[in-house]
Write a protein that binds this ligand. Structure first.
Ligand code: HEC
Length: 208
């Protein structure tokens, strides 16, 4: 379950090295050499993986600013990432919390070995968050999400906010360590709606 998170952080760390350091701070390592090292670390990577080894504009800006971009860049990232969010066609943000719980538990997907056509990607949320009292194994990189919906009076506006957070965390908090599940096609819109239910449904064990 942790593998995906670990791999992600390895790539994030490598990407941070690869990015241009502030002008006054001359890099000791040639960024081109780092790029080559990153690429050569994944010799068996299929073609559709190659794009994942190249940081997009947001990742580059975050790395260049050590994850604390100046206000202008911060706002530009927020606006760009917000514009990339796609919403459920029926406007409903709260799906089936039981399916959401299974997805939050699953770290399946995006590894070389994850090729089973009948298995869907998971969100691996517990790798970074506490969500229910029942699950004792969870990471603490992200804040606890216990009582998430209850603390927000199960409001529709907060369900939408939770959806946007999962779809693209950089739309609210640029340079977040949380993956962009919707934008990067890790999870589908329907899956995100089910995970929102885990956080926002009154019946969910997260809110008991
Ligand atoms: C690699 C670690 C990581 C993973 C995996 C992760 N998150 Fe996060 N998450 C964070 C961090 C760090 C924050 C705090 C920074 C921020 O707000 O972006 C956060 C913030 C959040 C917030 C906002 C909390 C608040 O106080 O409003 C929600 C909601 C959330 N995550 C839900 C999820 C869900 C649901 C999943 C699984 C689909 C998930 N996260 C997966 C790291 C992670």
């Amino acid at each position: 379950m942790m593998r995906f998170a670990k791999l992600t952080s390895v790539i994030v760390v490598l990407a941070a090295f690869a990015s241009s350091a502030p002008a006054e701070q001359k890099s000791k390592v040639d960024p081109a050499r780092v790029d080559t090292a990153v690429k050569s670390a994944f010799p068996g990577a299929p073609a559709d993986w190659q794009a994942r080894l190249t940081p997009d504009e947001t990742m580059q800006q975050c790395s260049a600013a050590n994850n604390t971009p100046a206000t202008k860049v911060f706002e530009a990232i927020q606006a760009r990432e917000k514009a990339a969010i796609k919403y459920p066609a029926d406007g409903k943000f709260v799906g089936d919390w039981k399916k959401g719980e299974a997805l939050a538990q699953s770290g399946y997907g995006l590894r070389f070995t994850d090729t089973a056509p009948d298995r869907v990607n998971g969100g691996n949320c517990y790798a970074c968050h506490q969500i229910t009292r029942q699950e004792l194994s969870f990471g603490t990189i992200g804040p606890s999400l216990l009582q998430y919906g209850k603390n927000r009076n199960f409001s529709e506006a907060d369900a939408k906010r939770a959806y946007e957070k999962i779809y693209n965390p950089h739309a609210t908090f640029p340079c977040s360590l949380m993956p962009r599940f919707g934008t990067n096609s890790v999870l589908t819109i329907a899956q995100i709606v089910d995970i929102v239910a885990l956080l926002m449904s009154p019946e969910s064990p997260a809110n008991k």
